[in-house]
Ligand binder design. Structure first.
Ligand code: PMP
Length: 398
C-alpha cells in the first residue's frame, strides 16, 4: 500500500543538525542551523522570558483554545514592533495581524491567502533565499521564480540586475523581500536601495511580501524595519511575516505573526476575516504558551526594554565574532579579501567556500555549515573561533 510513497531525502539544514549530533569529534562545531548560541555554546533563555514564564506558571492557568488569530497582546506586539508604537496606520486600523506558528506559519498562511485571492500572481524570491520560502509557496500552488540578488564573484548585491528584473514583472506579482539580515547571504540593501526597490514596486503595482526573522540582529529594531515602514509611508499594500524564534530565543515555541497592510478599514476587516478562515482550515488556532510569553514581554514596558537590550547583546556578540574571524583569516591568508565577513549582517555569513571545501571542514574538522557555504556566525565563540578560522584557512589554502 505505501510502497509507492517516495522516500523523503530530509531537509538539508535540519539534516545537518542530526549529522552533527552523531559526530564523535570532541572539537566539533555546529555552524549549520540558524540558531543563536551564547559565548558558552548554550542556547540562551532570555531573562525577560524567564520573568514572563514565572508569571505564566504562577498560578498555573487553564489552557483554553486561543482565538484563530491568537492573543490580542501577541498581535499588538507584532504590530508595534514592525510598524512603530505610534504608527498612524495602527491608530487608523489599517493592519490585519494574526499570531502564527512561527515565521514559517506566517509564510504558509500568507501563501495560501495569495493563492486564493491573487491566483494569477507569481511569487519571486531572491537568488539565493532560505530554501523553505520556495517550498512553502510552491506547497500552496503559487508559482515561484527567482530574482537576481547575490553576486558571488564580488560578494555583493546585483542591484541593477535586480531592479531591471523587477521592471519586467506584472501587476500583483509578489516579491519576497528580506528587510534585514538576508538569509542566507547576510547582504542587505542600503536605505537608498530600498527606496529604489519600493519605487519600482509602486510603479509596477507589485505586492511586496517582507519576511523579517531577525529584527534587532542587524542595526537596531527600528532601522531593521526601515523597508517595512518606508513601504507604509509610500501607501503600498504590504504583507509582513515576522518570527520571534531568534530574537526571543523561543525557537520551539513557534511564535510569529502575519500582518497585511490595507488601504481602507473595510479591506482590513475582509483580509483579517480571510486570514482567520485560512487558519481555521489548516490548524484552527495557534498554541498558547509561546503566545503568552510574547504578549507579556512585548506589552510590559520594563520587560520590553530588557528584551531589546538582550537582543542587542546577541547582535553585538555576533558582530565581535565577525571581526575576530576576519582578522584571523586575514592574518593567515593575506592575499585574500575577507571584508565581506563584516559587511554582512545578522546570523549568517556566505563564506564562498566550495561544496568540496565545506565537506572537508565537516569530515576533517567536525565543522558543520550548509553546503551552499552559509555559516551561522552565532555558533562561534571565543573557545572555538581560532579552531574554525584555522580550519577555514587550511581548506582555503589548498
Ligand atoms: N524566514 C527566514 C528568512 C528564516 O530564516 C526563518 C528561520 N530560519 C524563517 C522565516 C522561519 O522562522 P520560524 O523558525 O519562526 O518558523
Amino acid at each position: 500500500m505505501f510502497e509507492r510513497i517516495d522516500y523523503y531525502a530530509g531537509d538539508p539544514i535540519l539534516g545537518l543538525m542530526e549529522k552533527y549530533s552523531a559526530d564523535s569529534n570532541p572539537n566539533k562545531v555546529n555552524l549549520g542551523i540558524g540558531i543563536y548560541y551564547d559565548e558558552n555554546g548554550v542556547l540562551p533563555v532570555l531573562d525577560c522570558v524567564k520573568t514572563a514564564e514565572e508569571r505564566i506558571a504562577d498560578p498555573i492557568a487553564p489552557r483554553p483554545y486561543l482565538p484563530m488569530a491568537g492573543l490580542p497582546g501577541h498581535r499588538k506586539g507584532c504590530q508595534e514592533l514592525l510598524f512603530g508604537k505610534d504608527a498612524q496606520i495602527l491608530k487608523d486600523g489599517l493592519v490585519a495581524t494574526i499570531a502564527t506558528i512561527g515565521g514559517s506559519g506566517a509564510l504558509k498562511v500568507g501563501a495560501e491567502f495569495i493563492h486564493d485571492w491573487f491566483p494569477q500572481a507569481k511569487c519571486y524570491v531572491s537568488d539565493p533565499t532560505w530554501g523553505n520560502h520556495i517550498a512553502i509557496f510552491e506547497g500552496s500552488d503559487v508559482e515561484v521564480g527567482k530574482y537576481p540578488y547575490y553576486d558571488k564573484a564580488n560578494s555583493s548585491i546585483k542591484f541593477d540586475e535586480m531592479i531591471a528584473f523587477f521592471e519586467t514583472l506584472n501587476k500583483n506579482d509578489v516579491i519576497l523581500l528580506h528587510p534585514c539580515c538576508h538569509n542566507p547571504t547576510g547582504m542587505d540593501l542600503t536605505q537608498a536601495q530600498w527606496d529604489t526597490v519600493l519605487n519600482v514596486v509602486k510603479a509596477r503595482e507589485l505586492i511586496p511580501f517582507m519576511d523579517i526573522a531577525y529584527q534587532g540582529f542587524g542595526e537596531d529594531m527600528d532601522s531593521d524595519a526601515y523597508a517595512i515602514r518606508k513601504a507604509v509611508e509610500m501607501g503600498l499594500p504590504l504583507f509582513v511575516s515576522n518570527s520571534f524564534s531568534k530574537n526571543l530565543s523561543l525557537y520551539g515555541e513557534r511564535v510569529g505573526g502575519l500582518s497585511v497592510v490595507c488601504p481602507t478599514v473595510d479591506e482590513t476587516d475582509r483580509v483579517f476575516g480571510q486570514l482567520n478562515a485560512t487558519v481555521r482550515r489548516i490548524y484552527s488556532s495557534p498554541p498558547s504558551h509561546g503566545g503568552r510569553v510574547v504578549d507579556i514581554v512585548m506589552n510590559d514596558e520594563t520587560l520590553h526594554e530588557q528584551w531589546v537590550g538582550e537582543v542587542y547583546a546577541m547582535r553585538d556578540r555576533i558582530k565581535a565574532m565577525r571581526l575576530k574571524l576576519k582578522s584571523v583569516l586575514e592574518a593567515k591568508i593575506p592575499n585574500r579579501n575577507f571584508d565581506y565577513i563584516t559587511r554582512q549582517n545578522g546570523m549568517f555569513s556566505f563564506t564562498g567556500l566550495t561544496p568540496e571545501q565545506v565537506e572537508r571542514l565537516q569530515i576533517e574538522f567536525g565543522i558543520y555549515m550548509v553546503s551552499n557555504s552559509r555559516m551561522c556566525v552565532a555558533g562561534l565563540n571565543t573557545s572555538n573561533i581560532d579552531y574554525v578560522a584555522n580550519a577555514m584557512a587550511d581548506v582555503l589554502k589548498d
